[in-house]
Design a protein around this ligand. Sequence first.
Ligand code: KDO
Length: 331
Amino acid sequence: MQVIASRRSVLSGVSMVGASFLLGRRGGAAEKVRLRLSTVATPTDQRCRALEEVFAPAVSAFAIYEPHYNGTLFKQATELEAIARGNLEMAITSAQELATFFPEFSVFTAGYVHRDAAHQVRVFNDPLMQPFKEKAEKELGVKLLTVMYLGRRQLNLRTDKKIRTPDDLAGVKLRMPPTDAWQFLGKALGANPVPMAFTEVYTALQTGAIDAQDNPLPTVKDSKFYEVTKQIVLTSHLVDLNYLAFSKKVWDRLTPEQQKITQKAADDAAELARQRQLALEAELVQFFKEKGLEVYEPDVAAFRARVQKAYLDSPYAKSWPPGILERINAL
Ligand code: KDO
């Protein structure tokens, strides 16, 4: 308060509105904007490492980046509401979480829609994404700053029964993240989906509370799920992504120059993480085999057919803007 009080006395000639405007523009020399990020990811996850190595220094002239990992600040799937309420500035969110507020985001959660990391970037930067971004900004106060590559999701089981087709997943308790769009994907794969936060998965696998989880290979390594599982079934059922969510209120208080720096910092961090995740995906099959896990391809066509049919027949598909799938496929 001392800083504000002294600056206000200096500004005494300026109308209160003017003073509050100037004080509100956090880009002021003395005051840096505090950017708290909440994520359930670990500090060693590639997306988190890249944000610390690239994003934080790039914005440090006017902002203090303050990451909170392992869901210690906000529980998984509560971050968007925290940003909307002004209690948080940044999050690593997902189309699955946004779909809770705006069903049409489920088109980006449908299995086998995104083809690869580069396709995700083309989709995110295409005009087709504009209405989605605007809706999140207007109705939630969340700006989707950039797209992050999470990786191809694979099935990871603690049981050793061979999984070839979706029928082999009947009755398998497959943990999925805690939103409806995720539960739907678990069911579409043929399993019995169990909603559970990411931070509880390791112990649930260890104790047998669940039979399986699904995540990309880099996550299986980073969170050491391979220590408590026996096999990885390479379904690649979702080329998964996250969005770096940023408070619109905070964004609007940055100067145009600061906004440009922030946007570039986010894109550069996302690109560094993307390259690291891709490199890990290329080498981790060997790593898991050496750790004694069975790693193999199932009948991917059978999984693809079942998942795509489930989505096309679903209420989700009715929320998709007409022609959106064709536009995504054309990119
Ligand atoms: C998960 O909970 O399995 C998930 O992969 C969902 C993603 O959207 C994302 O939240 C991710 O966890 C975390 O970033 C941890 O990697």
